[in-house]
Design a protein around this ligand. Sequence first.
Ligand SMILES: *Cc1c(COP(=O)(O)O)cnc(C)c1O
Length: 388
Amino acid sequence: MSENKVPYTGKEKIRFNVPPFTGREYEYVRQAVENQKICGDGEFTKTVSRWFEERTGTAKCLLTPSCTHATELAALLADIRPGDEVIMPSFTFVSTANAFVLRGGVPVFVDIRPDTMNLDETLIEAAVTEKTRAIVPVHYAGVACEMDTILEIARRHGLLVIEDAAQGVMASYRGKALGSIGDYGCYSFHETKNYSMGEGGALLIRDPAKVERAEIIREKGTDRSKYFRGQVDKYRWQDFGSSYLPSELNVAYLWAQLEVAEQINRERLDRWDQYYRLLSPLARAGRIELPTVPEGCVHNAHMFYIKTADERERAALIAHLRANDILAVYHYVPLHSAPAGKKYGRFCGEDRYTTRESERLLRLPMYYGLTAEETELVADKVKEFYGA
Ligand SMILES: *Cc1c(COP(=O)(O)O)cnc(C)c1O
């Protein structure tokens, strides 16, 4: 076993995802143990928070145990009350909706754009009612939503913008980091994301005036964060709250990747560009569709997906790849078609693309460490399926 590889015991020769690992994780986790500080908000957490604040230009980065928790924290800060409506896509992960449903909020699903699979910004305004409180754009595949339009609608109607940037670390929109554009931004460091600590996340806060309350809710409703900075002599129960701190052990693991974040990003983008180049002839022949990255968006190669003709063709392609020891997977079942989505939310307007496009989308293997040879093999097998 080489220094920087973890032994693999699974079945497929080419997996869909491999958790990021750079080799220094063991050293940093050991350091956290030796610091005798394994609870939250130790040295690694401070370093990582500062790293994100500097890179994103936000007032505060609060690390959380997951993006799910970061979104829940945002819903608490937004004071979502029963009956409040929150506009979001149906093509997303359950946590985008759950965070608001837990507060009694109502997810109002709006159709997506077929080119990016993101919220269609031209349909948002028609979904706004007097109960609407927030818009939650999800930057699918690390490709930004049309934020200028979304911010303008939010400003006109006095709505908050909470970015689900779970997949958007290191990606940007018109020069601004995803997650730093709205009022709040939520990152994920789950093992399937570009940078990971197993389970983890972060809440980015743009406005300095919103930081103090966020720190209190995150620290069990107390001003313990202020106490640790020496700003108060005792900490007390100030507000409602919960515990949204990740352990230093996990954050130490994440730091090993952030130190080489540029390299990880570049290597992922190389694989993404390679897929794009190799599969372009199939797209030009009209057999498949490739992802679109609109002007002004810099993506992070979080995923590489293609679109097949329909669901049946996708199933056959998955089987063909599987027969060749390659794992490719589809993605979200639209929330409005799921039992809880029907119970708690509603779709506004027509579902022209959400269902249809989600049934055609197939994600190819993509992770840090995927080799050029492996990428070529996957592309070859896709081409073979189409007889090209
Ligand atoms: C991964 C993901 C989440 C959830 O992240 P966790 O850290 O696992 O809670 C939420 N939204 C989107 C769009 C995601 O991709």
